[in-house]
Every structure is written in structure tokens, then in C-alpha cells.
Design a protein around this ligand. Structure first.
Ligand code: ATP
Ligand code: MG
Length: 401
């Protein structure tokens, strides 16, 4: 007997009423997609759970991949047995022995989801617990604070015996909340903002403003690497690279230095809006955090936001830099984000940016900027990259082990 299944639980979906079935189907599809490179598995939906049948596959790599998938609350390795008490007893014993070395106490928790099963939960707990006690040494029952909890789920066609649960990524399954455009720099914040939007079920496309030769191929590669990392959370992210050099030199030549940053941001926002419109996306996301720098004061945000009629989602708006950094480390974007690169925003910009730029002044200075001309030119020059090829996923799995 060995762990031959993985039981997947998805907490929040249960709360979603009539959306539930479509969310379950999406989650099932996402799990299948992420596990596709591992041959020989079967993933199916049964009675409010998703179950992975492992056959001969080692669980380790499957577990690592499942940890990344949004919409999963928790999951456990499981042994599947028929409705025979002796089989349940043997499986429970096996599960206890797997956690041997650390566990000195245990308890059995039986859940009889299949009510016609003739033995009630309490009696099953006793029968299975008694068998484990009779076949081990140095183990005792502790119902209040056990080292190991062995769960027995009696379902319609089989019983599943599990021990510890792995924590899932939480959130909602990717693809259940519509699609938005992530403004992705090579910095720490915007990849985290993208991750959080994905966590709530949003699909992404990403847009990056690039100013060659002032920003290099290396800066572009960094952004591509960040997109690939985000794709490992079940994304399918296209990356739009916008040529931004001409706009920046034009702004440098025509706008007063303390308004250049504001006008540059407004140009970015206009271009993002146009791309979002063309692609049928529903919102724009940025990595802004309130007050972090001059461009992220409420005054700045107010003035920059004037040029778009799109919802702008700012998932990090209330977070401290340290919190964002912790999350970046946790999701594996930090190491890439801190690599040195040239930032198109800082390359031209004078240090005297206004922290309280008004809409009135921005509009006045933009009279000297050829807004429509440059927005059209930038959108026409976009290069779109698709980084979702299967070999990337396979490489990512190799990197994990
Ligand atoms: P980040 O760490 O994401 O770069 P930041 O704290 O450095 O953020 P800024 O550089 O002021 O802040 O950028 C604020 C937001 O504007 C970014 O989070 C990102 O969403 C967007 N942004 C900035 N530069 C670019 C760029 N070159 N391409 C696309 N989006 C950008
Ligand atoms: Mg930045």
C-alpha cells in the first residue's frame, strides 16, 4: 500500500453559489494544464473534491506544482481503498508509519460523506485506531493535540486515508475574473502586483516600456524572465514591448523638468489604455504603493489617472515596501527584480519631480506635446512576445528539482 492519490480541497469556491460549477471546471482545467508535463497522471472531479490519481508517478514534483495553483485551499497525499474496514485499517497504519520518527501520538478522524456506509464514524474511529495501536510500539492516542491526524474520508465509491495537508496558494482559479493589462517594469513591485491580481482569478497581459539604446536587451530579458515566473502560477501572459525612446526625448525637450515624470506617466497610461481597448481587456494594473515615490502620491495618481477611463487596479497600494519585498521573495520574483538594469523612467528624469502635480498644470504643459502622434506611433511599434511554450514549463520543472 502506498500514497496513490492526492486529494485537493478548494475552500472559497464553496461560498460562491451558482458560480461554483464553472469555477470547479476552470480549476480542474488549470490543474490539468499545470500538471501536463508530468506523464501518467489522471486528474478528475468527484463529489466536491478534485483528485489526482498518481498510478506509478512519484508525488514530490506533483506536490511542488500544486502549491502554485490559485484556487486550491489545501491538498493531501491519500491512499485509496475499497469500502473494507480491514483495508482502511491497513492504510491508516501505513499513513502513521509514513510520519514515523516525529509522531508519538495520533488520532483518527473519520468523515462519512457517503451516508449509506453501514458503520458510523465513531465506531470506525475506534476500529481503525485500535488496529493502529495493536500494530505499533510507542504510539498513543491523543484526541486533543496529536502529532499526527489520520483522516479517513468514506466516499461513495471508495475511502481515502490522508495525513498532513499541504497549504495551497489560496485565491480564485486563474481565468475566472476577466483579463487585465499589467504595467510591468523590471522592478520589485509590479510583478508582485501581477501575482496578486492573478491570485484573485484575473488573467493578464503585460506591457513594458522600453527605451533603447538607453535601456538594454538585458532589461528586456529581465522582464521576460519575470513574465515566465508569473506564468508558473497558471498564467498565459503575453508581453507587449513598447518603444518609448522617442516619447521620452520629446518630453525631455518640451516639458519643464519638474513635470516630465508626470507627463511621461500619463503617456504610459494613455498607451496602456489603447492597448487594453484593442485587446478587449477590462482593467489596467500597476505596482504603485501610496506615497512610495513622487509618482505615487495621491496628487500624482489623481493627475496621472485623468488620462484614462479604465479601472486602474493597484494591488500594492496599502502595502509597505518590506511587505512587498517579502512577498516578492516568497513568489520567486525578487532575485530577478534586484538584478541591475536601466529603468526607462529614471534614465531621463531630472531629480526635481513635483510630488503634488496638478491636472491643470499637466494639461497646460501637454499643449507642447504631440500626444496623439506619439501614442499612435508607440502602439504601432509594439513587439508582442508569447512566453508560454511548453518547453518553458518543462524547464521550470527541471529547475525545481
Ligand atoms: P516597480 O518596482 O514595479 O518598478 P517602483 O516602485 O519602482 O515600481 P515606479 O518605477 O515609479 O515604481 O513605477 C510605478 C509603476 O509604474 C510600476 O509598478 C509599474 O506598474 C509601472 N511602470 C514603471 N515603469 C514601467 C515600465 N518601464 N514599463 C511598464 N510599466 C512601468
Ligand atoms: Mg521601477
Amino acid at each position: 500500500m502506498k500514497y496513490d492519490h492526492i486529494l485537493i480541497r478548494y475552500g472559497e469556491l464553496a461560498l460562491k453559489g451558482k458560480n461554483r460549477v464553472s469555477f470547479e471546471k476552470q480549476l480542474l482545467a488549470n490543474i490539468r494544464h499545470v500538471l501536463k508535463p508530468i506523464q501518467g497522471l489522471k486528474v478528475k472531479r468527484t463529489f466536491g473534491r478534485i483528485v489526482v490519481e498518481l498510478f506509478e508517478v512519484e508525488p514530490g514534483p506533483v506536490v511542488e506544482l500544486l502549491k502554485n495553483i490559485f484556487g486550491i485551499h489545501s491538498f493531501s497525499l491519500a491512499i485509496r481503498v475499497d469500502h473494507e474496514v480491514l483495508d482502511m485499517q491497513k492504510a491508516a497504519l501505513k499513513a502513521v508509519q509514513e510520519s514515523e520518527g516525529t509522531a508519538r501520538t495520533f488520532k483518527i478522524v473519520t468523515r462519512r460523506a457517503y451516508k449509506p456506509f453501514p458503520i458510523d464514524s465513531q465506531t470506525l474511529n475506534h476500529k481503525i485506531g485500535g488496529y493502529v495501536l495493536a500494530n505499533t510500539e510507542n504510539l498513543t492516542v491523543d484526541v486533543h493535540n496529536p502529532d499526527a491526524t489520520i483522516r479517513v474520508e468514506v466516499r461513495e465509491t471508495a475511502a481515502y486515508i490522508t495525513t498532513d495537508a499541504f497549504k495551497g496558494a489560496g485565491g480564485l482559479p486563474a481565468g475566472t475574473s476577466g483579463k487585465l493589462l499589467l504595467m510591468l517594469s523590471g522592478g520589485i513591485d509590479s510583478p508582485v502586483a501581477g501575482y496578486l491580481a492573478m491570485k484573485r482569478g484575473a488573467d493578464l497581459e503585460a506591457i513594458h516600456f522600453h527605451s533603447p539604446p538607453y535601456t538594454s536587451e538585458r532589461a528586456k530579458q529581465k522582464v521576460m524572465d519575470l513574465v515566465k515566473r508569473l506564468n508558473e502560477f497558471g498564467g498565459n501572459i503575453k508581453l507587449h514591448i513598447v518603444p518609448f525612446t522617442d516619447i521620452q526625448t520629446h518630453i525631455r525637450d518640451e516639458a519643464p523638468s519638474n513635470f516630465q515624470m508626470t507627463i511621461m506617466r500619463r503617456m504610459m497610461m494613455r498607451i496602456a489604455t489603447k492597448v487594453a481597448e484593442e485587446k478587449g481587456l477590462l482593467a489596467i494594473a500597476t505596482g504603485d504603493s501610496l506615497g512610495q515615490v513622487a509618482s505615487q502620491t495621491l496628487h500624482s495618481i489623481h493627475t496621472i489617472n485623468e488620462v484614462t477611463n479604465y479601472p486602474v487596479i493597484r494591488p500594492l497600494i496599502t502595502m509597505d515596501k518590506l511587505e512587498v519585498m517579502d512577498l516578492a521573495k516568497k513568489i520567486g520574483t525578487y532575485e530577478t527584480s534586484i538584478l541591475p538594469y536601466e529603468d526607462c523612467c529614471t534614465i531621463f528624469l531630472p531629480p526635481d519631480s513635483k510630488t503634488r502635480p496638478s491636472r491643470k498644470h499637466a494639461n497646460k504643459f501637454e499643449q507642447y506635446i504631440k500626444v496623439d502622434h506619439y501614442v499612435t506611433q508607440a502602439v504601432e511599434g509594439i513587439e508582442t512576445l508569447d512566453l508560454t511554450k511548453l518547453d518553458d514549463v518543462e524547464q521550470a520543472i527541471e529547475d525545481l528539482f
